[in-house]
Design a protein around this ligand. Structure first.
Ligand SMILES: [Zn+2]
Length: 167
């Protein structure tokens, strides 16, 4: 399953990319363009706009109206509906910036391209094959783990789950 996210869901899109999902993120885009992108590339449309959700459904788009109020709630919702494993693995992740695929890269090849401290402290690096952005499991990874634990807790407690199906 591939996704397209509306302009309001940039953070959700980045989280999903981290989890390895292919998420096209279209900012400042007309509803009709989002619907077209979903139809053309057979992507599920994620939106927080009920009007857009209804329009998309009327055109047979696999659309989902995201309801969660916090980032964790939203991620829990999406993970549950689309059965997305809540495991962040840089070998599977997609680029947070451009949705390109990231590949493990040799440390010597990124020398001078990341801050000296980052280079000294880390052994493993990944690079986006589209935009060249470099990733590593730095201190921010702890925060990623914490958020994902929070999302798993929400799923376990059965909270943040949508029970009403909109039509
Ligand atoms: Zn990229």
């Amino acid at each position: 399953m591939k996704f397209v996210a509306d302009g309001m869901l940039g953070r959700l899109a980045r989280w999903m990319r981290l989890l390895g999902e292919d998420v096209l993120y279209l900012k400042d885009t007309e509803d009709e363009e989002l619907i077209e992108a979903a139809l053309e590339e057979k992507r599920a449309l994620l939106t927080s706009d009920v009007a857009l959700y209804r329009r998309a459904k009327a055109q047979n788009v696999n659309a989902y109206a995201v309801e969660g109020k916090t980032e964790s709630d939203r991620l829990a919702e999406i993970a549950r509906i689309f059965r997305i494993p809540l495991e962040a693995d840089p070998n599977r992740s997609r680029c947070a910036i451009c949705n390109g695929s990231t590949v493990a890269t040799q440390k010597r090849r990124i020398e001078g391209k990341v801050p000296g401290k980052v280079f000294a402290r880390n052994m493993d690096f990944w690079m986006c094959s589209s935009c060249g952005k470099i990733y590593w499991k730095g201190g921010h990874w702890l925060n990623i783990d914490l958020v994902l634990q929070d999302v798993k807790r929400i799923l376990k407690e059965d909270k943040g789950i949508k029970r009403v199906t909109r039509s």
